[in-house]
Design a protein around this ligand. Structure first.
Ligand SMILES: Cc1cc2nc3c(=O)[nH]c(=O)nc-3n(C[C@H](O)[C@H](O)[C@H](O)COP(=O)(O)OP(=O)(O)OC[C@H]3O[C@@H](n4cnc5c(N)ncnc54)[C@H](O)[C@@H]3O)c2cc1C
Length: 480
């Protein structure tokens, strides 16, 4: 009589007995981890060190049949459910206190069809798993920019990577998904089959079920790409960002860049006299001929005297791993975003000024250049609504000391809320969500009502609520 499940206010707590767990184990192929297990702490840990949840049970699925069994267990015992893909969501949605984690991190299989130019990736695959296999064929699908990130969470909320302006969001390149819905049914969603579900999963997050596999379109990419990675001193940040804004107005779709403020790390590859100084960095890649990349990026390399310029041609898989070591597991993180109509002088001043106030030298403020293929689709073509915005700004608070949690969260939160007071600032991106604080209208805009309808059809009791939650009609978010 060990594990307590859902503690609905005013109702008798539901108990998940040792017998019930044993019975589940006979039906479930993968490891079933409970608090006494030696692997418990390692298995429950998430990428964000701030999150410290203690689930009653972690069901590590080996395939779709295990996912179906885990969903059945949750329904049978009325357990709070978290779904884990790559475990990289900053808000820690991939775990739950006293509930069931349906963990797909063992489901990392990737199958490439080089003739059809598609790839099938299981629901626990990371970007690195997919890139490694697709690049064997000189192919890639647009995902994100850090290889350890989970494909599932990233794609279901949109997915912004090095190919976004050329080929769109990760979710724009889904051909089909296999998904286990709250009723335990295994469904396929494509443009022709369960089309409402297919619309909703492309930007509506993990609300509609557990995706056990994604089929993505592939494109010829690499194997090497020219990259941009130039570091300027923070004294030049305002001028560099203004010039960057002008560049983005005519940038090629082959060029995907972002600008971010940071402090120069104390590493041998940087001049010692610059260590700890504020910096602004232009980072990106060019998916086209190297000679064209030179012309495209040359003006961005001479905006001031650079501290250092690491730009150069490198294998696509290396490009995808270039930032990995900046985001180690277990460090403390709080990330939040907004979209901009324009990168105005006022916004640039705000970014540069607030970066200087960050309590941690590891934190950044990032300006993503969007547009291109992202904006080719109408806002209601998929659930991802923020198609027109040419820029997204993200406050990334990154720090080491738990005693500094409040100060760092406050820095990120205030940076964004002050930005929201300025003209042309709107919306929020589901993949950089702060700690569960963006309401549906900010996230989903005009698409929100349709998402509520589809949620009500496929998950009327809100079984999948640990996400950017869309509350079904008749349920309330506090209903747990
Ligand atoms: C280091 C780092 C770099 C990042 N870089 C980028 C980037 O370049 N571009 C970008 O767009 N985003 C980026 N992100 C944000 C990233 O997209 C989100 O953190 C995303 O949630 C990660 O997905 P995950 O599978 O690891 O999430 P998890 O934490 O495992 O899950 C998060 C949410 O997704 C849902 N979910 C997970 N798996 C499934 C599934 N199989 N089926 C249904 N729902 C599921 C869960 O319900 C949960 O709500 C980055 C994040 C990190 C930590």
């Amino acid at each position: 009589m060990a594990k307590v499940g859902r503690t609905t206010e005013g109702a008798t707590p539901v108990e998940l007995t040792a017998d019930a767990i044993q019975a589940f184990e006979t039906r479930f192929a993968g490891p079933v981890i409970t608090p006494g297990d030696p692997a418990y702490d390692e298995t429950r840990a998430l990428w964000n060190g701030v999150i410290d949840k203690r689930p009653a049970l972690i069901a590590q699925c080996t395939g779709t049949a295990d996912v179906v069994e885990a969903v059945a267990l949750a329904r049978e015992h009325d357990l709070p459910v978290a779904v884990r893909g790559g475990g990289h969501n900053v808000a820690g949605y991939a775990s739950v206190d006293d509930g069931l984690v349906i963990d797909l991190s063992l489901m990392t299989g990737v199958l490439v069809d080089p003739v059809a130019r598609t790839v099938l990736a299981q629901g626990g695959a990371t970007l690195g798993h997919v890139d490694r296999e697709t690049q064997l064929h000189g192919l890639a699908t647009p995902l994100g920019v850090v290889s350890a990130t989970g494909v599932a969470g990233l794609t279901l909320n949109g997915g912004l990577g090095h190919l976004r302006r050329k080929y769109g969001l990760a979710c724009d390149n889904i051909v089909s998904v296999e998904i286990v819905t709250a009723d335990g049914q295994v469904r396929t969603a494509t443009v022709d089959q369960n089309d409402d579900l297919f619309w909703a999963i492309r930007g509506g997050g993990g609300n509609f079920g557990i995706v056990t596999s994604f089929e993505f379109r592939l494109y010829e990419v690499g194997p090497e790409l020219p990259s941009l990675f130039v570091w300027y001193h923070g004294d030049d940040a305002v001028d560099v960002l203004k010039a960057y804004r002008e560049y983005t107005k005519t940038a090629s779709r082959d060029a995907n860049t972002l600008a971010f403020t940071y402090a120069v790390p104390e590493l041998a590859e940087f001049p010692k006299e610059a260590w700890g100084e504020p910096a602004v960095i232009l980072f990106g890649a060019y998916d086209g001929p190297e000679s064209d990349a030179d012309a495209e990026f040359a003006p961005l390399k001479t905006l001031a005297a650079p501290i250092v310029d690491f730009s150069g041609t490198l294998p696509y898989v290396e490009l995808q791993r270039l930032l990995d070591e900046d985001y180690p597991d277990g460090l403390r993180y709080y990330w939040k975003s907004v979209y901009l109509d324009d990168l105005t002088d006022e916004i640039i001043d705000h970014i540069v000024h607030t970066h200087g106030e960050s309590p941690s030298s590891l934190s950044t403020v990032d300006v993503w250049h969007l547009g291109g293929a992202i904006a080719d689709r109408d806002a209601d073509e998929t659930a991802f609504a923020h198609r027109d915005a040419p820029y997204m700004v993200t406050y990334e608070a990154n720090w080491e000391d738990a005693a500094m949690d409040d100060a760092n969260v406050a820095w990120g939160r205030t940076g964004i809320s002050d930005l929201r007071q300025l003209e042309g600032v709107a919306g929020a991106y589901g993949n950089f969500p702060g700690f569960d604080e963006a309401p549906g209208d900010l996230l989903f805009g005009e698409n929100y009502e349709r998402l509520v309808e589809i949620k009500t059809t496929y998950d009327p009791t809100n079984l999948f609520k640990l996400n950017q939650n869309i509350v079904p009609r008749g349920a309330s978010q506090a209903d747990d």
